[in-house]
Design a protein around this ligand. Structure first.
Ligand code: JFZ
Length: 482
């Protein structure tokens, strides 16, 4: 394990003991159908929806921006500037939640159009409000005027579209009477925490029981010392969850080992089925990933996952930004999960609708470069990003070079080299020229692909490149000469 990795996931302290880890991973690298599907999802949708969505990061005209860490964290409005009676005012929203415009099938259709192969949906965020009628809690959708089961509607609608469902679940609750943040110290705290553990366990088993076919659990709010220290409980619970839903995929943010290591155990082994630490960031290179599966979850604003009514002054990622992130993730075998924060009525913003449509148009035209394509072991070309499958390379061009050509570097002794290229969308052929530049001591040789001029393309585009043995290249050249 390189220490640099801890910068990108969670802080990790190596144990002073040299004993083997007892509460480490329960499963090694999986290669079952569910994990193979995960590796081909490519693109996902994240939805943050809950009581906070009704507020859009403001209350009675006052903005919470700068006063709470994020829009979905508005309950944590700094007490010095918070409205009168906050957070009780916030908790009372549970009696008002009534999204008349909510249409799970319309969300699922839009996700399908966007090209999403999985969805991660917030069943319960840090405010503790459950969007399903949990038998184990008084703060659920059953308390609100809304007559339905939101989680059930979302799960059903997405499954009907053939989109796999992962359930986001926050362990941490800001206002649960039994929640304890630190490692319980007194008998009273130990009793409360034990009740909270059982409550968490009951809700998770309830979710898996109510919504069969769910493919994964996406854990959050697992960083408090109480949960991290509960390694025996969480180790057992992970076994129960896996038994309750065979094939279930659990990310690395679920639990810690007996030394307090999270995401990876104290020996560096991944705690879960895929690495969940790539939140709002991309791995700088493939090596950083240690061969782990991973996804990157990304909000459109800098940081804010729930609805924000007034986005003035916030940079909102564009369709171009997201397409680049998607292909960067795919070039390193990861999935990109794009977050939306519907408002209290279930509506997406005009910006969200626009960028989802843009990503969808790109994904439809370039599906071959995205879903079943993988990392390619070639230097990253300066003009874009590479993915590949079998004897085909996909070059996503992000900027057209001044030379008008994309230059691919290929080892001199490569067994397969570019022989033909075309635009993936539409199939227009592009000339491939072998450029044996002959730099001194250079182990590489070069292929130039003539690109459409920048004025003739709009946004990123994908070049499909056929690979074949260099013999075939020589033969082609001879053919061309004859
Ligand atoms: C968490 C939540 O607090 C937040 O509201 C949102 O739901 C997001 C998806 O998840 O925020 C985190 C959690 C973990 C990290 C960063 C933000 N992390 O590990 O870097």
């Amino acid at each position: 394990m390189t220490s640099a990795r801890s910068l990108w996931t969670a802080d990790r302290q190596l144990p002073s003991s040299t004993e083997p880890v007892r509460f480490g991973p329960l499963v090694g690298r999986r290669d079952d159908e569910a994990m193979r599907a995960f590796r081909s999802y490519g693109l996902g949708q994240f939805i943050h929806w809950g009581l906070y969505s009704m507020l859009g990061d403001e209350w009675e005209g006052r903005s919470a921006r700068g006063h709470a860490p994020a829009s979905e964290w508005i309950r944590q409005w700094n007490p010095e500037t918070a409205p009168e009676g906050w957070p009780e005012v916030y908790d009372a929203l549970a009696d008002q939640f009534d999204p008349q415009g909510f249409d799970a099938r319309a969300w699922a259709r839009q996700a399908k159009e966007m090209g999403a192969r999985y969805v991660i949906f917030t069943t319960k965020h840090h405010d503790g409000f459950a969007l399903w009628p949990s038998e184990h809690s008084g703060t659920t959708i059953a308390r609100s005027p809304y007559p339905g089961d939101i989680v059930g509607e979302v799960v059903g609608a997405y499954q009907a579209e053939g989109i796999d469902v992962f359930l986001y679940f926050s362990v941490l609750e800001w206002n649960h009477p039994d929640y304890v943040r630190h490692v319980p110290r007194t008998e009273e705290e130990r009793e409360r925490w034990a009740r909270f553990e059982q409550y968490t366990r009951a809700q998770l088993l309830e979710l898996l029981d109510r919504y069969p076919g769910v493919k994964g659990l996406w854990f959050d709010g697992t960083w408090d010392p109480s949960w991290v220290a509960a390694h025996e409980f969480t180790h057992r619970l992970e076994q129960e969850l896996r038994a309750a839903a065979p094939g279930l995929i659990i990310g690395s943010r679920f639990r810690g080992d007996e030394h307090g290591s999270r995401h990876v155990d104290s020996t560096g082994a991944l705690l879960g089925d895929y690495e969940q630490g790539w939140e709002r960031k991309m791995p700088p290179n493939l090596e950083m990933l240690d061969g782990h599966d991973w996804d990157c979850v990304m909000p459109l604003p800098p940081n804010g996952w729930g609805h924000i009514r007034d986005t003035e002054g916030l940079y909102l990622k564009t369709g171009d930004d997201l397409i680049e992130l998607l292909m960067r993730a795919r070039s390193m075998n990861g999935n990109l999960v794009i977050n939306v924060g519907p408002d209290g009525d279930g509506a997406l913003s005009a910006h969200e609708n626009r960028v989802l449509a843009e990503v969808g148009a790109f994904a439809r035209e370039n599906a071959a470069a995205i879903y079943d394509a993988r990392h390619v072991d070639l230097p990253e070309p300066r003009c874009g990003l590479l993915t590949g499958a079998d004897d085909t390379l996909y070059l996503t061009v992000l900027s057209v070079p001044v030379t008008g050509a994309a230059r691919l570097a290929v080892p001199r002794d490569a067994e397969r080299v570019p022989i033909a290229a075309r635009l993936l969308a539409g199939g227009a052929p592009l000339a491939v020229t072998w450029q044996d530049i002959g730099y001194d001591l250079d182990p590489m040789t070069y292929y130039d692909i003539a690109l459409p001029s920048a004025g003739n393309v709009e946004g990123a585009f994908v070049v499909e490149i056929d690979l074949a043995a260099p013999d075939a290249r020589a033969r082609d050249l001879m053919d061309a000469a004859m």
